[in-house]
Design a protein around this ligand. Structure first.
Ligand code: GAR
Length: 204
């Protein structure tokens, strides 16, 4: 199995979906080794604790550079022999040294059909507010590899979800989470982990 870290900042419903998929036996290539939260109030930390998954809070300090913050993250990742990272509602910009150290090994879930409503400043409810403002009839979720461009890495998979009359940002967010995010993300993590393990076996 590939040691995997899930990075979180908030409620952690995507983390919960990953935990539940793992429990159902749908993620045989993945070992949920570590949760890293960007802030100590993230409810996702409770979810990790309830499952007995090691969790760390590693917040960006005002006094440090992005590179220094990245070094602290890399240290924790190396210590835990992490081979794959899933950003599950992680709202801190990931430092470039982490992105370089984990090339094609960092996945992010974004709550729209990229390239719509993506990039700098588009996160959480804001994405759904903008989608409703623009009047789109279909939105959805995207899983992509993370590179140095916000939401700009290679797309792994997407799922469309209908916008319904009378939707609020909250109802649209909930439908996209239930029908797209919680389904897509665990599967994309498993598939990527399986591919990495297969490539590692071929090298040996
Ligand atoms: C999710 O909808 C996720 O797609 C989004 O934040 C939410 C986190 O919810 N991520 C982004 O907007 C990233 N740009 P969760 O903490 O309940 O998983």
């Amino acid at each position: 199995m590939l040691n995997t870290a899930v990075f979180v900042s908030g409620g952690g419903t995507n983390l919960q979906a990953i935990i539940d998929a793992k429990k159902r036996g749908e993620m045989p290539s993945v070992s949920l080794r570590l949760v890293i939260a960007s802030n100590r109030h993230a409810y996702a930390l409770e979810r990790a604790k309830n499952e007995g998954i090691d969790a760390l809070v590693i917040s960006k300090r005002k006094s440090e550079s992005p590179g220094e913050y990245g070094m602290r993250l890399i240290e924790a990742l190396k210590e835990n022999e992490i081979g794959l990272i899933a950003l599950a509602g992680f709202l801190t910009i990931l430092p470039e040294n982490v992105i370089r150290a984990y090339d094609r090994r960092i996945l992010n879930i974004h709550p729209s059909l990229i390239p719509a409503f993506s990039g700098k400043g588009y996160y959480g409810l804001k994405v759904h507010e903008e989608a409703l403002k623009r009047g789109v009839k279909v939105s959805g979720a995207t899983v992509h590899f993370v590179n140095e461009i916000p939401d700009g890495g290679e797309i792994i998979c997407q799922k469309a979800v209908e916008v319904e009359p009378g939707d609020t940002p909250e109802t649209l967010q909930k439908r996209i989470m239930e029908r797209a995010e919680w389904v897509l993300f665990p599967k994309a993590i498993e598939d990527t982990a399986a591919q990495i393990l297969k490539a590692q076996e071929a090298e040996q």
